[in-house]
Design a binder for this molecule. Structure first.
Ligand SMILES: CC(C)(COP(=O)(O)OP(=O)(O)OC[C@H]1O[C@@H](n2cnc3c(N)ncnc32)[C@H](O)[C@@H]1OP(=O)(O)O)[C@@H](O)C(=O)NCCC(=O)NCCS
Length: 210
């Protein structure tokens, strides 16, 4: 059952998650790729990356798109030819997409302690409310904050946007699974809602723009 989850977030927004259980042969047979994507996939070193890439296309097919509807701008941001917005994430066996008429961002991170060692690279104002003495909660909070910043970055995708200086995740409660992030960068001075959930040792985060 590779389609792991399909959720209607609002009238214009769908979130889909794929968990790869098929062989490369099965996936390849089910997905038709543009030549440029065949070349891109051939250059990927790991089979898990190739499967995640195909998992994204399987999810697109679930909602009536194909690889031919997807293109990338020079910064790596994916776009749909019909003008809807798409954001993509993949981590190990999981791939996820969010598609909307709104600008959106998605990220999936594996829950692992490594996040503690890199915390200072991506957060600053959030240290004011985080408590490093409760290790388990601290790690869970850091993973959410990291995911939010990746999702916000994907939504905005501006060169020079700093996780640490320009994106602030306001205090949130794990049990509420939602929160708000402030972004101040160039002419942007905005607040975006984010939502998160835990899936088999991973944290999935998405944010909604305008
Ligand atoms: C590009 C970036 C957002 C990708 O995120 P990631 O967590 O490494 O990987 P994910 O699997 O979640 O996302 C990959 C997808 O992001 C999308 N993506 C890549 N660049 C993007 C961009 N500029 N804008 C929006 N989406 C982008 C792509 O769809 C990509 O998948 P695909 O190429 O297979 O289609 C991330 O690596 C990055 O550059 N972040 C900003 C840099 C930064 O400040 N990092 C600080 C960390 S401390």
């Amino acid at each position: 059952m590779p389609l792991y989850k399909s959720v209607t977030i609002n009238a214009n927004t769908r979130l889909l998650v794929w968990k790869n259980t098929e062989s490369m042969e099965e996936l390849s047979a089910a997905v038709t790729l543009k030549d440029v994507c065949v070349n891109k996939m051939d250059k990927m070193k790991s089979e898990s990356h190739r499967k995640a890439f195909l998992g994204v296309r399987m999810l697109m097919q679930e909602i009536g798109y194909t690889d031919f509807d997807l293109y990338y701008s020079a910064d790596g941001k994916p776009h749909l030819t019909d003008g809807n917005n798409i954001s993509i994430t993949h981590s190990y066996a999981f791939s996820a997409i969010i598609v909307s008429s709104q600008n959106i961002g998605i990220d999936m991170e594996m829950q692992r302690e490594k996040v503690i060692t890199i915390a200072e690279k991506f957060l600053l104002p959030e240290f004011a409310y985080l408590d490093p003495t409760h290790l388990e909660t601290y790690m869970q909070n850091l993973i959410v904050i990291w995911g939010v910043k990746e999702a916000v970055y994907k939504m905005i995708s501006r060169s020079g946007l700093s996780f640490k200086q320009n994106i602030e995740v306001l205090p949130f409660k794990m049990e509420e699974a939602t929160g708000k992030a402030n972004v101040k960068f160039e002419e942007i001075d905005a607040q975006y809602p984010f939502f998160f959930e835990e899936i088999e040792g991973f944290t999935l985060v998405y944010c909604l723009g305008s």
